[in-house]
Design a protein around this ligand. Structure first.
Ligand SMILES: [Zn+2]
Length: 108
């Protein structure tokens, strides 16, 4: 996934996903790309108003008519610290697997 695609996705998520706590929109300064691999990307959202944190997983699928469909899964990570985010970032740097597996209920 290239930078332009990521930017496009972030723009989309900002519209689609408000803060799960205070319902405000996220702004660019508080959105970080944790990892992207093929057609999937993982973002960390940090609400500037209430400091609620979300991990957002996006899958881009080709619908065949020159349009891409985004599947967005947001997970509340209210209790994680900045260190946890860094740990996750480090983990994902070496991660070349299946995000769906990572996010599947069996792992929790
Ligand atoms: Zn908030």
């Amino acid at each position: 996934m290239n930078y332009t695609e990521l930017k496009e996705i972030v723009r989309h998520i900002k519209k689609m996903v408000p803060c799960s706590n205070c319902n405000r929109k996220f702004n660019n300064d508080t959105i970080h790309v944790l990892s992207s691999y093929n057609h999937e990307a993982l973002f960390h959202f940090n609400c500037s108003h209430c400091h609620n944190q979300l991990i957002v997983h996006v899958t881009v699928s080709d619908t065949g008519d020159d349009k891409s469909k985004l599947s967005i899964h947001a997970k509340n990570t209210h209790s994680i610290s900045q260190n946890d985010v860094l740990d996750m970032h480090n983990f994902l740097n070496g991660f070349k697997g299946d995000f769906r597996k990572l996010f599947s209920p069996e792992n929790h």
